[in-house]
Design a protein around this ligand. Structure first.
Ligand code: GLN
Length: 197
């Protein structure tokens, strides 16, 4: 059975697990590097990217996470997870996992609208997706190999680079399962591709 892990050091873990199970796929909470061997895809949830990074270092998971990505296993970074994946974070010297060719800005929606919901049209996913934004980042710039999947108000809020998917909003906090099932399809396709190697 297809198994998708959720990095469970901090953040919106339970909601992601429930959304994955709704797609008929096994969801496991990943708290150590060893557990990465048993999963076919990984979600980096929303939360607080700096806190998550601290915990990734505490549990010695940075290199194993990079290895997981380098063998083309799919990873979906949502909100803080998107920040973890980004090659560069505006105003910060250091990145985290840094393997997606995007530049991000943290907390890019001003104080008054820290949280809001917006109707999104997402390429390959569909129209009217309820995007829940909570102190959200956005993508300022994408590299050549990155496909923009969604823009809102002139800001890039979802993108894909091969087996990496990232969005600025919280797809697990709505009943609309289309974004999560898009990722599940990526994971299934990568299992088939790996079995053919
Ligand atoms: N503002 C958070 C950060 O910079 C992200 C917010 C979220 O994941 N909802 O890490």
């Amino acid at each position: 059975m297809t198994k998708i892990g959720i990095l469970a050091l901090q953040g919106a873990v339970r909601e992601h697990a429930a959304a994955i199970r709704k797609c008929g796929v096994e969801a496991v909470e990943v708290k150590s590097a060893e557990e990465l061997q048993y999963i076919d895809g990984l979600i980096l949830p929303g939360g607080e990217s700096t806190t998550m990074r601290r915990l990734i270092d505490t549990y010695d998971m940075l290199k194993p996470l990079k290895r997981f990505i380098s063998v083309d296993k799919p990873v979906f970074g949502t909100c803080a997870g998107l920040i973890l994946l980004a090659r560069s974070i505006e105003g910060q010297e250091e990145n985290h996992i840094g393997m997606m060719d995007i530049v991000v800005r943290r907390n890019s929606y001003g104080r008054q609208i820290q949280s809001f919901e917006a109707n999104l049209n997402i390429k390959d996913i569909g129209q009217d997706f309820p995007g829940v934004f909570i102190r959200a980042p956005h993508i300022v710039k994408v590299g050549e190999g990155v496909e923009i999947l969604c823009e809102h108000d002139g800001k890039i809020v979802m993108a894909r680079q091969d087996s990496l998917l990232a969005c600025a909003f919280h797809p697990e906090l709505t009943d609309d399962n289309r974004a999560i099932s898009y990722f599940v399809k990526m994971v299934r396709a990568s299992i088939i591709a790996r079995n053919k190697l």
